[in-house]
Design a protein around this ligand. Structure first.
Ligand code: GCU
Length: 613
């Protein structure tokens, strides 16, 4: 027993130190921008990546190096041998953020490298004040980013859904900056996700790019949460020459609470105090948020934070100690529009999540299959929706690649450090429908350990595949022991030969000691295809019948604690090409791509409204 305990402590310590190494070097999560660099960017296609590598793997010819800090037109006005085969100053333009696939017809299915350029004068004070520091924060670039400022390579990032920050204090000019970003959308066997997904390409700078300025020593990140023991615990990280041994204060005016602490030699301070009795805990019905003001090193940072606890006890999910049933739906990151560009601003987030909260009477949303825009989490915090967040370890991944595992862990960490102050976020998912195999389970187990080391306060799950024998569906996945909540995707009645009558007869053989959620079930329906007599597949009538049958089957599963049917809205997928019903859209949405509600929408809404609160 002692040996086991020592081994466990070593593992936790090891994982914990490994977790520390996963903290992104710069976060700047809750800092306002001095300049939003959205707007008109020029671009230059580079299908053969000649801006990076020439034929035979030679170094790219300078006449093709899009990142150079050169005024091509001015150079061409001179005589001499130099010539160019690009010019980002005179290139075509598109408005960013947003995926290139939706911006211009010729790029609809472009999957490769495109160079983007933004010329700009730095916001006043962003580069001149003494000691002032400047940073660029990219909220997401899909899939690889190569960033150059004024001809200098300043950052690279892999992963299409998480933020990264680079300091530009010494590179930024007061005027005439040339920011060039090479964006490569290509995926391969070692990327996350891999090459095949059931969603569209959406390449490009898909979320905001911001210029942020700070004092020489600044608060890079600060957290506060409520523990099961009723205490406020948190941390603050100072960055800069005066980070060590600094007084720190935390103030929650709404609770008349002020805490003080001091940073250690690494600029880190910790908080741990009993939460005031006057605290109003965050719940979906009463999503109370508090302004939390952090002061340290002469800097100030404010975040709006809700306080709640989440846990599992046997087969129950407990929110603030009370059993909760997750009445939700799955959502892809696509705005409600005929031609979505994966452009989720606050208005788009409110429209999508309003359909869940007010339309479906839901209290939960599965943000699938990758980290969504930060604004989705902040809107969920505000309107009261519990959130499942996942990284795109989806279907096929190179389970034996240490580089791929390191990428997945970093992606998880980048997500977690961005969102860990969000009360709405209760579940970290570490995978979706990955076939059971020894190397796959080892990969996921390492991810589960990473999540728990980085954030012991939330639950861990994964959307698993089921085994079927006759009318019995079993979950016999070795990953189960790593999960707090069992989640399964089930499609009987849509995929396969089951009739809807068969669905009602299905039985589930699942562990009784853990909560179960149906993370996916769904059927395609083309909005407006009504077929009341024959009720054929792809009709709204069949989709509604499918929901009736599946919800009836679900009601018989004693440990079922949540539903996130697949999917709120029809979404783009190159795998769905039926010329009458799909045309590049997965039609399992309860609303069409333009927001038209289908028959099954009201059926699910009525079901949730009838469930006990
Ligand atoms: C899978 C997968 C989804 C996909 C869905 C479908 O379960 O998780 O990403 O879109 O099924 O087939 O529509």
């Amino acid at each position: 027993m002692i040996r086991k305990l020592i081994a466990l402590l070593a593992l936790v310590a090891g994982t914990a130190s490994a977790a520390d190494s996963l903290r992104p070097p710069l976060l700047l999560t809750a800092r306002p921008a001095v300049q939003d660099l959205g707007g008109s960017w020029t671009y230059s296609k580079d299908l053969y990546r000649t801006g990076l590598t020439d034929i035979n793997g030679w170094v790219a010819k300078s006449r093709m190096q899009r990142f150079r800090d050169v005024d091509v037109a001015a150079e061409e006005a001179k005589t001499g041998p130099a010539f160019f085969e690009f010019d980002l100053d005179r290139g075509p333009a598109m408005t960013l953020p947003g995926a290139w696939n939706s911006a211009v017809a010729e790029l609809r299915y472009f999957d490769g490298l495109i160079w983007f350029q933004r010329r700009f004068d730095a916001a006043s004070g962003a580069s001149s004040s003494p000691g002032q520091r400047s940073f660029l924060r990219f909220e997401a670039v899909n899939y690889r980013a190569m960033v150059y400022l004024n001809g200098k390579a300043i950052a690279q990032h892999e992963g299409g859904f998480t933020p990264f920050v680079v300091e530009v204090t010494d590179t930024l000019r007061a005027n005439g900056n040339r920011l060039v970003v090479g964006v490569d959308s290509r995926h391969d066997a070692q990327t996350i996700p891999g090459e095949i997904t059931d969603w569209d390409l959406y390449g490009g700078i898909t979320r905001p790019v911001k210029l942020i300025q700070t004092p020489a020593t600044f608060i890079d990140d600060a957290t506060l949460r409520l523990t099961d023991a009723g205490r406020f615990v948190g941390s603050l990280q100072l960055n800069g020459p005066q980070a060590g041994d600094q007084p720190v204060s935390l103030r929650i005016a709404g609770l008349n609470l002020t805490l003080t602490a001091r940073t250690d030699a690494n600029g880190e301070a910790h908080f741990d105090v009993a939460a005031p009795a006057s605290l109003k805990r965050w719940t979906p019905d009463a999503p109370t948020l508090y302004d939390v003001d952090f002061e340290a090193g002469g800097d100030h940072m404010r975040d709006r934070i809700g306080f709640r606890t989440i846990a599992v006890r046997g087969s129950e999910i407990l929110l603030n100690g009370q059993p909760v049933f997750l009445k939700g739906i799955s959502v892809h990151e696509e705005e409600i529009a005929a031609n979505p560009a994966r452009l989720i601003d606050e208005a788009a987030a409110r429209r999508l999540l309003g359909e869940v909260k007010n339309g479906l009477h839901g209290n939960y949303v599965r943000l699938s299959h990758y980290p969504h825009a930060e604004t989705m989490l902040r809107v969920a915090d505000e309107i009261g929706l519990l959130v499942w967040s996942e990284i795109p370890v989806y279907w096929t991944v190179d389970w034996d690649s240490s580089a791929t595992l390191a990428l997945a862990r970093r992606m998880q960490a980048e997500t977690l450090y961005r969102d860990r102050n969000r009360a709405a976020l209760i579940l970290w998912s570490i995978g979706n429908e990955t076939p059971v195999a020894e190397n796959r389970t080892r990969f996921h187990t390492a991810l589960a350990e990473t999540v728990r080391a980085l954030d012991p306060s939330r639950l861990v799950s994964a959307a698993l595949l089921v085994e079927r024998k006759g009318d019995t569906l079993r979950i016999a996945d070795p990953l189960l022991k790593e999960l707090d909540v069992i989640a399964v995707n089930t499609y009987a009645g849509w995929y396969g030969d089951d009739t809807l009558a068969d669905v009602a007869r299905l039985r589930w053989d699942v562990p009784a000691d853990k909560p179960l959620v149906f993370s996916e079930f769904g059927a395609d329906a083309k909005a407006g295809f009504n077929d009341p007599q024959l009720r054929r597949k792809f009709s709204e009538d069949y989709q509604a019948d499918y929901y009736r049958a599946t919800l009836a089957m679900a009601a018989k599963v004693p440990t079922l604690r949540g539903l996130s049917p697949w999917v709120l809205k029809d979404f783009r997928s190159p795998r769905r090409e039926h010329p009458v019903f799909q045309n590049g859209w997965n039609r399992k949405g309860l609303i069409s791509e333009t927001g038209q509600r289908k028959l099954a929408f009201d059926l699910l809404a009525d079901h949730y409204q009838a469930l006990p609160h």
